[in-house]
Write a protein that binds this ligand. Structure first.
Ligand SMILES: [Zn+2]
Length: 455
């Protein structure tokens, strides 16, 4: 139900799925939703106004270890050696630390242009695996961090049950991630009580190696999984594809489609190593390919088959995942650059002559990110949440840019962020490049990091 109109804004240029419109009036109601978009006069926002970008994949705690795994080890460094560093770091973090780290990360996300984050959250219990007195304490720390920062959250508590495709139990350092199906469903139910316009609760299955077939079936049969986003890590690593073939006789994406009704509720995170048939199958299903190019580059995962997937009209979005970088601009730029480097061609994401690569990618990631978030976002239209970015029209880089070139300049040419103001659900959280509570949140983050460094 639409609320009362609280504020009217006018955008000199407003970015819509069809392209730029001039002098667009945005009517925001007192619930933070857009009541209407049309013509008329309101408070002037600035020259270039875009929808905020959803970040479809985040492990917030990993922001605090970004840069700590870039020194050559004894053996051949890979995703699996990085994971050891990550496990050791994860063991030092409790609810207070998680809230401090996540709030700082979310401030950085907002300033970079993300207005929604899907938090793929598996750090559930105490480091030895014992549940906290309040079993959902770590999830509540994330909810509180998002509230403090003013970012909207799709919280995806993760079901993590086994340490490999063979169903082996969790290793000691994985125990704090673990649930059985009944305790997982209880967690889900208790978190759903907190849902609001800015908080959606969905389901995450860590990966096929961490969720046995029987558990997958139980989750999908349960009413709790109906009509909510379902995210899963899949086919990120060649080793994972080989293990799946050896134990289950099929490639991961192939196996998932044979055992689950994969559709637009699903986000397949990474989906890096795909056969042609799997690429076409994901595209046809309406599921979102959750791409995290800067993390995938940092971990040496490989390249997603972008051109084939876009040709097949697949849905995609981006996430900052391990937070080695926190910027939708950088994710989309590297999504395109990876393809250019491997194919030795330019302008890969655009399909037709004259299409803009930047607009194609920004539009695709808004749509896929919104689908993955399970909320009415990603477009500035009536009945969508009022999440918007105002670019810095005084930036020299944008001087003399017009409707045809501004998004490409924003995505490909910027180094400093061009995002000047950010609104989430009708509330200004960043104005003039400054977040409303950034000093306090950064000071708390620094003191938590200094304490953790003494461990
Ligand atoms: Zn991940």
């Amino acid at each position: 139900m639409a609320g009362t109109i609280a504020t009217r804004y006018t955008a000199d240029r407003l970015w819509t799925p069809q392209g730029w419109t001039s002098d667009a009036l945005l009517e925001v109601d007192d619930g933070g939703m857009l009541a209407g978009v049309g013509a008329g006069e309101g408070e002037r926002l600035g020259r270039w106004v875009l929808p905020g970008m959803p970040n479809l994949h985040s492990h917030a705690f990993q922001r605090a270890m970004a840069g700590l795994a870039e020194r050559k080890g004894k053996s051949d460094d890979s995703f699996w050696t990085w994971r050891e560093t990550m496990y050791a770091f994860a063991a030092t973090i409790g609810p207070d630390e998680l809230q401090a780290i996540a709030a700082q990360l979310y401030v950085e996300m907002l300033k970079a242009g993300y207005t929604q984050v899907c938090e793929f959250h598996y750090l559930h219990h105490q480091p030895d695996g014992t549940p906290y007195a309040q079993p959902e304490a770590m999830s509540l720390a994330l909810i509180e961090a998002a509230r403090e920062a003013g970012i909207a959250l799709t919280l995806l508590p993760v079901l993590y049950m086994s340490g490999g495709f063979d169903g082996r139990p969790l290793a000691p350092r994985q125990r704090r991630f673990g649930h059985d199906v009944p305790s997982y469903l209880r967690l889900l139910e208790s978190l759903r009580a907190h849902e609001s316009d800015k908080l959606r609760v969905g389901i995450a299955l860590h990966s096929l190696r961490a969720v046995p077939e029987d558990a997958l079936r139980q989750i999908l049969a349960n009413d709790a999984s109906k009509d909510c986003p379902i995210h899963i890590h899949i086919a990120e690593q060649i080793g994972e594809v080989q293990d799946c073939l050896a134990t289950r006789g099929a490639r991961p994406v192939e196996w998932l489609f044979d055992h689950a009704p994969v559709d637009a509720r699903w986000t397949l995170v990474h989906a890096t190593h795909l056969s042609d048939a799997e690429t076409a199958q994901i595209a046809r299903s309406g599921a979102v390919a959750g791409l995290c190019p800067t993390t995938e580059a940092n971990l040496g995962d490989g390249l997603f088959p972008l051109a084939d997937y876009i040709d097949a009209k697949g849905t995609l979005g981006v996430g900052s995942d391990s937070h080695i970088s926190v910027s939708p601009v950088e994710e989309l730029r590297w999504l395109e650059y990876g393809q250019r480097l491997s194919t030795r061609h330019r302008n890969i994401a655009a399909c037709h002559q004259g299409d803009s690569v930047g607009e194609t990618l920004w539009r695709a990631a808004l749509h896929g990110g919104a689908t993955a978030s399970g909320l009415p976002i990603g477009e500035l239209r009536a009945n969508a949440r009022a999440d918007l970015l105002v670019l810095d029209d005084r930036a020299p880089l944008l001087a003399a840019r017009d409707e045809r070139s501004v998004i490409d300049s924003f995505l490909f040419a910027g180094n400093a962020s061009l995002v000047r103001d950010v609104m989430v659900g009708g509330e200004w959280v960043v104005r003039g490049f400054v977040h409303r509570d950034e000093e306090r949140i950064a000071a708390r983050y620094r003191s938590v990091m200094e304490r953790l460094a003494q461990h």
